[in-house]
Design a binder for this molecule. Structure first.
Ligand SMILES: O=C(O)CCC(=O)C(=O)O
Ligand SMILES: [Fe+2]
Length: 384
């Protein structure tokens, strides 16, 4: 079973790794000593929605890292819930049940705008070149429509302008409903204050098909090492950036084996994605390497990408990245975090270093070099 929280992106921030400030590369953590000046809030008004007793939240609050303590109440609740869930498998079951009820409440009250979006209509959603490549289902066909500007980052034309327009309008319509009904929605992940989870308002089945039939064939070819051929779960959402929305997105890895990110529009400047190499849990905060030896060539880990509406970018979830500030207009992107339960389960029992982590590879090569040099000097000594 999936061990990580559905709506969680793992922020990478070397400057916040101080133990008492409670941020670790393993996800949210607590500070060792409570903040005594902090008066604990009362969470009893949220009893219905909370996963755990409101008293537990009040007690835990003083242990929050300072950056979270000064954030919104919603953010604090989300942060503490993430921590508590790590220690309670039973709570996992009740969370799933509560989440099911939450979705049901939305779906039975929200009136969709474009019903056509709720079932897969490939010919209306995707551009013809993409459909052709998928139907041929060969590496060669995928390569024809894709470019790989940096190792493990693929970009290609994917969505029809009409699909993008309809999805934008659907999201707007959902947000209008949320405002009018004052329904409290969950945001896509711990790093976004704006945006919505598409799976929560009825698009789950369409996105499941989207992943199984239009992402998995590609990830089977290009992301086998990270579970790309066994994708069986997803988290689909949109993120919204602009001067009156989220502005940028910190450096992080996704809670996904493979991530699909497609810009839906609208007009904007800025918002470039920056990539800094693939890392395992242990090396998530390690330095970016100037050159890595991949596929017989030295290649750069540093890569910046400019979003274009309709164009997809596909990368491994553990490829470290972030988004620069959107300085004008509005940028809305569709994200599908694709997961493999098989990959996650097998990773738990693997003692070997993961072949896809560039830092593990570098350390291994360093060990080989050192052994070879010891061997050489021993041989030299023997021959003297
Ligand atoms: O803003 C973007 O395009 C990137 C979003 C992202 O990386 C994420 O939501 O995990
Ligand atoms: Fe991300």
């Amino acid at each position: 079973m999936d061990q990580r929280r559905e709506a969680q992106a793992n922020e990478i921030n070397g400057s916040q790794s101080n133990e008492n400030d409670g941020v670790s590369s393993k996800g949210p953590a607590l500070r060792l000593y409570p903040c005594v000046e902090q008066k604990a809030e009362n969470y009893e008004d949220l009893e219905e929605e909370l996963e755990f007793s409101p008293h537990l939240y009040s007690a835990l609050e003083r242990h929050l890292p300072s950056s979270v303590l000064s954030s919104s109440r919603d953010n604090k609740v989300q942060y503490m819930t993430d921590i508590l869930l790590r220690y309670s498998p039973r709570a996992d079951r009740s969370r799933l049940q509560k989440h099911g009820e939450y979705r049901q409440k939305i779906i039975s009250n929200y009136q969709p705008l474009h019903r056509v979006l709720y079932t897969m209509h490939a010919a209306d959603f995707f551009v013809p070149s993409f459909i052709k490549a998928i139907s041929e289902n060969k590496e060669e066909s995928f390569r024809k429509i894709m470019s790989e500007p940096s190792p493990g980052v693929f970009t290609f034309e994917m969505l029809q302008p009409r699909f993008c327009e309809m999805m934008l309008a659907e999201v707007q319509n959902f947000e209008k409903w949320v405002r009018e009904t004052k329904f409290r929605i969950m945001r896509p992940n711990t790093m976004n204050k704006f945006g919505v989870v598409l799976d929560d308002f009825g698009l789950q089945n369409m996105l499941k098909k989207f992943m199984e039939d239009f992402i998995r064939p590609i990830s089977t070819v290009f992301f086998t090492e990270v579970g790309g051929s066994t994708l069986d779960g997803h988290h689909g959402f949109v993120v919204e950036y602009g001067t009156d929305r989220d502005i940028d997105l910190g450096f992080h890895v996704d809670d996904a084996e493979v991530t699909l990110n497609v810009c839906l529009g609208k007009q904007f400047t800025g918002g470039e994605l920056f990539f800094r190499g693939v890392r395992c849990e242990k090396h998530v905060n390690s330095d970016t390497q100037p050159d890595v030896f991949i596929n017989r060539f030295f290649q750069q880990e540093i890569f910046d990408y400019v979003h274009v509406a309709g164009r997809a970018i596909l990368h491994c979830g553990r490829h470290r990245h972030g988004a620069r500030a959107t300085t004008y207009g509005q940028r809305i992107n569709l994200l599908i975090w694709c997961r493999s339960s098989v990959f996650r389960e097998t990773r738990k029992y693997q003692t070997d270093f993961p072949s896809w982590c560039a830092e593990c590879k570098r350390e291994k090569e360093e060990r080989i070099r050192q052994k070879a040099s010891i061997l050489k000097s021993e041989l030299r000594l023997r021959t003297v």
